[in-house]
Design a protein around this ligand. Structure first.
Ligand SMILES: [Zn+2]
Length: 185
C-alpha cells in the first residue's frame, strides 16, 4: 500500500500535531506514522499489525478517537505508544512488541538474534555483516518464541491472568517471508 492508501485504511497513521491533534493543512501523504517503524519490522508485520488494530477498534466502535503517540525501537524491540485503545488493542500491541524481538529490525528476517554491543538490537546474520556489528556478540541462549504470552497483573482489587496467542501470527509472518510476500519498505 502507498501512503495515501495506508492513511485511508488506517486513519491513525495520519500524522497529527501531538498537542492539538490537528492534521496539518498541507499534509501531502509524503510520510505516515508507520515510517517510524524500523524497516525490517514494517516489512514483516507493519500492515498486518495495523489491520488487526483497525479490526479491534471497529469492533469496539473507537476507530475515530484512536491516536498514535509514538512508534519506535527500544532495546531491540518495538514500542508502540498510543491513546484511545481498548484492552484488545493493547493485547495486539503486546503480541507484536514480543514478536519484534525475533525479527531482524533491518531486513525482516525471522532468523534474528539479540545483539548487545552496548546497544541492544535484533539482527540477522546477513545484516550483522554491517561492519560495526559482530555476530559473535549475538546471544543464542534465549528461549525460543512462545506459543502465547501470559500476562498477569492486578487491577480494581483483583488479580488477573490473560493469555495472548502468538503462534498463528508468527507462522503467518514466516509463511510470508518464505513465499516472498513481505510488504515493501
Ligand atoms: Zn537482517
Amino acid at each position: 500500500m502507498n501512503n495515501k492508501e495506508l492513511c485511508e485504511r488506517y486513519s491513525f497513521l495520519i500524522p497529527r500535531n501531538r498537542f492539538t491533534g490537528k492534521i496539518s493543512d498541507d499534509f501531502d501523504y509524503s510520510y505516515t506514522e508507520l515510517d517510524a517503524m524500523p524497516d525490517g519490522w514494517r516489512k514483516a508485520f507493519g500492515e498486518r499489525m495495523c489491520e488487526e488494530i483497525r479490526d479491534a477498534l471497529i469492533e469496539a466502535n473507537c476507530l475515530d478517537g484512536y491516536r498514535i503517540s509514538q512508534i519506535k525501537e527500544k532495546y531491540g524491540t518495538l514500542r508502540w505508544y498510543d491513546f484511545g485503545a481498548t484492552q484488545k488493542v493493547y493485547d495486539i500491541i503486546s503480541k507484536y512488541e514480543y514478536i519484534s524481538g525475533f525479527i531482524c529490525q533491518h531486513c525482516g528476517s525471522p532468523y534474528a538474534k539479540e545483539f548487545n554491543d552496548g546497544w541492544i538490537s535484533t539482527i540477522c546474520e546477513n545484516c550483522a555483516k554491517i561492519p560495526h556489528l559482530d555476530w559473535i556478540n549475538a546471544t543464542d541462549d534465549r528461549e525460543p518464541i512462545k506459543k502465547s504470552l501470559i500476562i498477569t497483573g492486578y487491577s480494581n482489587g483483583e488479580s488477573y491472568t490473560r493469555e495472548i496467542p502468538v503462534w498463528d501470527t508468527w507462522c503467518a509472518i514466516i509463511e510470508d517471508y518464505l513465499s516472498g510476500k513481505y510488504g515493501d519498505k
